[in-house]
Design a protein around this ligand. Structure first.
Ligand code: AMO
Length: 418
């Protein structure tokens, strides 16, 4: 006998039988088939209940599973916990497809539906898998401040706030702090929000997004970091495929196994490939979204769903990436999934003097970064890391068209409620 709870998402009468579908945290609806003549008491409780009522029932699995929509139970008791005071503003049975705008507004309610909920169960699974991977590989979880005095990813996307008598910002990235911690930790990770005041409205950007951030010391080169990144992503995909079968099925997603090593494409090679396809690209700038997408199509033809672009030019990167001897290229990489950057990272500059010079070279004032620079004075080892975008990873894994589908409450240019 189980006690199962949830909300009524569908009710239908077929002759003398009342079919009630209930969804809580379950992946497939619980289905009760109540007969007016046989289950008089339960029928009289369920019959007047509106869609949206919150109920629990006690019951056992039906010996004969007749419903194609869910798992049938034979109930012995129904308890009503709450009834809606108004009709629901959206169709939680999922019969009428909602516009994206409505979905974003009512995510908290629509998630009663197994399809909508599947995305967020898988999202939780992604983070669970990441933690499992890190624990198995000697990484310690840390938390760094989200109210900060300096940005790491460029001033244009900082949200400013008043911190008593001085200006402060919301953290764009744990970059500076995770590097500082490589003064005393060998390997760390943080699951963290990124706050970025990007003004544009795209299908790939949020103003509050989440990242899985990694920093790893005592490395022999950027290759060590590429391996951590690909092993982490492969672990997450395997974990989701193994543990979220029902959710993938309701979403209609087939998640093929992708085995590392993933292709390493040099930035200069990417430029050549794109140019040979007639795409205009600069040798000194980051790839445009359109170029990134086109490259995804070309790589897909070569059976590479996930691939690295390595060795970005210094003119296109933040100040903290290590430059190659030639001064032109860096040890920065991106990890792209089906034509979208889902992570970026690289080896860092850990030599104090070079780092001060790098800040100046990028037009930044080393005095503003003193707290950070100090960490490079006392024996910091060669290190590197990356930031993996949770929503972007989900978007590509689950073939979502818009990044807004991968987060419960959206923060973008026009949304600050709910
Ligand atoms: P980057 O700025 O490339 O690198 O961010 C890392 C990853 O985070 C995701 N991301 C976003 N997702 C949605 N909306 C946004 N506005 C957004 N901004 C970033 C992307 C991106 O690949 N400090 C470096 C990482 C490092 O070197 O360790 C950084 O933040 O998936």
């Amino acid at each position: 006998m189980s006690r199962l709870c949830g909300w009524i998402i569908r009710k239908a009468r077929v002759g003398k039988v009342l079919i009630v579908e209930i969804c809580g945290n379950n992946s497939k609806p619980y289905v009760l088939a109540l007969r007016e003549d046989r289950d008089k008491e339960l029928y009289s409780i369920a019959e007047p209940l509106d869609i949206g009522s919150a109920i629990c029932f006690e019951g056992t699995l039906a010996p004969e599973q007749k419903s194609r929509r869910g798992t049938e139970y034979v109930a012995t008791k129904i308890e009503v916990y709450s009834k809606p005071i108004e009709p629901l503003p959206v169709d939680i049975a999922g019969k009428v497809p909602a516009l994206l705008d409505t979905r974003i507004k009512y995510r908290w309610l629509l998630a009663r539906n197994p399809v909508e909920k599947a995305i967020f169960k898988i999202r939780a699974g992604v983070l669970k898998a990441a933690r499992e991977y890190f624990e198995k590989n000697g990484f310690i979880e840390v938390q760094t401040p989200k109210i900060v005095a300096a940005g790491a990813e460029g001033g244009a996307t900082l949200f400013k706030l008043q911190y008593f008598e001085r200006d402060a910002y919301l953290s764009q990235s744990p970059q500076l702090y995770k590097q500082m911690l490589i003064s005393s930790f060998e390997r760390i990770y943080e699951i963290t929000p990124y706050f970025r005041a990007e003004k544009f409205n795209t299908t790939r950007h949020l103003n509050e997004s989440w990242g899985i951030d990694v920093e790893q010391g005592f490395i022999n080169g950027v290759e060590d970091i590429l391996q951590t990144a690909e092993n982490l992503v492969a672990y997450i995909l395997d974990y989701v495929r193994a543990n979220y079968k029902d959710e993938l099925e309701v979403l209609g997603v087939d998640l093929p196994k992708l085995t590392p090593p993933f292709k390493r494409l040099k930035f200069t090679e990417a430029v050549d490939i794109l140019r040979s396809e007639g795409v205009e690209v600069s040798e000194l700038e980051d790839l445009s979204d359109a170029a990134e997408k086109k490259l995804g199509e070309i790589m897909a033809e070569k059976k590479h769903e996930l691939y690295f672009i390595v060795g970005f030019p210094w003119t296109s990167t933040a100040f903290y990436y290590m430059r190659e001897e030639d001064g032109v290229y860096t040890r920065k990489f991106d990890l792209d999934y089906k034509g979208l950057e889902i992570a970026s990272g690289g080896q860092r500059e850990h030599r104090y003097r070079n780092l001060v010079e790098a800040l100046r070279n990028k037009g930044l004032n080393p005095e503003d970064f003193e707290f950070y620079l100090e960490a490079f004075k006392y024996g910091i080892p060669p290190h590197g890391g990356f930031g993996l975008g949770v929503e972007r990873l989900l978007m590509k894994m689950l073939n979502l068209e818009n990044i807004r589908e991968a987060i419960l409450f959206v923060r973008d240019r026009t949304r600050i409620v709910p």
